[in-house]
Ligand binder design. Structure first.
Ligand SMILES: NC(=O)c1ccc[n+]([C@@H]2O[C@H](COP(=O)([O-])OP(=O)(O)OC[C@H]3O[C@@H](n4cnc5c(N)ncnc54)[C@H](OP(=O)(O)O)[C@@H]3O)[C@@H](O)[C@H]2O)c1
Length: 283
């Protein structure tokens, strides 16, 4: 494998086999980046290498596999030629739908392990590569979070808990890494066209317990509408590129047609929000 060209910025993106991660890689390559993208199997690594060309280099790991993540970071370090990693995009993630009472324990735990602990594993492995030197600026960390990281909604508990915790982790990293100049930014998205919806559905549907039936059928309708109105993955990729280029300087960006509704509900007194949210699902 060719070492990276010294003039190109270098980035690492997790979960690039489909959806948002894949779109981010495509945008980075267009903008001249060398990109290391993580996938979970050799087949995806080969397919993507062929499709993306020489500026893409696959890393193969599951974010839950600490040793493989560590080795991947070592490999990237060996390819940097003394450069500082320009960006780490923590994108890999899963969704699991269903009431927290009934949701499969494994699905709940996987949401936390992948969307939260996996981000910490990857971030810790790559922080040393993001640290600046006397002549080079430090890199940035971008987390692909969600509006579910600021608003808790029924039937989406595992995802909401994992993304709220991810928001907390981002704040903590940002404050701990401030002296090193490594910024941490959250991209909080609403519905985006991707495989995540089908993948979550293929895990099984735990909505249909009698106690939750009414709420479940309303949530299904809302989700169908959300999928229909979802933004393209390129909307997130454009925002990520703006953050990396320093054109966007906030700590968080909210992306979706109705993002203001989540932001409004998130700051209401909790009992008002309880009533508004649950009543709207029981009507
Ligand atoms: N789509 C939306 O509406 C939406 C909205 C807000 C936020 N997000 C966030 O955007 C991110 C990307 O999701 P997406 O919508 O693009 O879904 P996606 O198409 O399903 O992509 C998810 C990516 O994460 C990878 N992944 C899943 N589990 C992993 C693990 N244990 N280790 C390593 N990689 C893993 C997947 O790999 P495999 O192909 O091997 O499974 C895939 O490459 C997620 O963090 C998600 O929470 C999505």
């Amino acid at each position: 494998m060719q070492k990276t060209n010294n003039n190109s910025p270098i980035a690492v993106v997790t979960g690039v086999s489909s959806g948002i991660g894949r779109a981010i890689v495509e945008h980075m390559i267009i903008d001249g980046y060398d990109v290391f993208g993580s996938v979970r199997n050799e087949e995806d690594a080969k397919t993507l290498s062929k499709q993306m060309g020489p500026k893409f280099k696959p890393l193969v790991f599951d974010v839950r596999e600490r040793e493989k993540v560590r080795l991947a970071a070592e490999f990237v370090k060996s390819q940097l030629n003394g450069q500082v990693l320009h960006g780490l995009v923590n994108n890999a993630g899963v969704a699991a739908f269903g009431p927290v009472e009934i949701l499969d324990d494994e699905a709940f735990d996987a949401s936390i392990d992948i969307n939260l602990s996996g981000v910490r594993t990857v971030t810790n492995a790559f922080i040393p590569l993001l640290r600046g030197t006397e002549s080079k600026s430090p890199g940035k960390i971008i987390n692909i979070s969600s509006l579910s990281g600021i608003l808790n909604t029924p039937m989406n508990g595992a995802y909401c808990v994992s993304k709220h915790a991810l928001e907390s982790l981002a704040d903590i990293y940002r404050r701990e890494l401030l002296p090193a100049g490594i910024d941490v930014v959250s991209v909080r998205s609403g519905p985006i066209q991707s495989e995540i919806w089908n993948k979550a559905r293929s895990q099984g549907d735990t909505y249909d317990d009698a106690a939750y039936q009414k709420m479940a059928s309303k949530v299904r309708r809302i989700m169908r509408r959300a999928e229909r109105d979802a933004l393209p993955a390129s909307a997130i990729a454009n925002t990520v590129m703006d953050i990396l280029a320093g054109r966007k300087k906030r700590v968080a960006y909210h992306l979706s047609k109705g993002a203001w509704i989540s932001r409004f509900l998130a700051v209401l007194p909790a009992r008002w929000a309880d009533r508004l949210i649950t009543n709207s699902l029981m009507s």
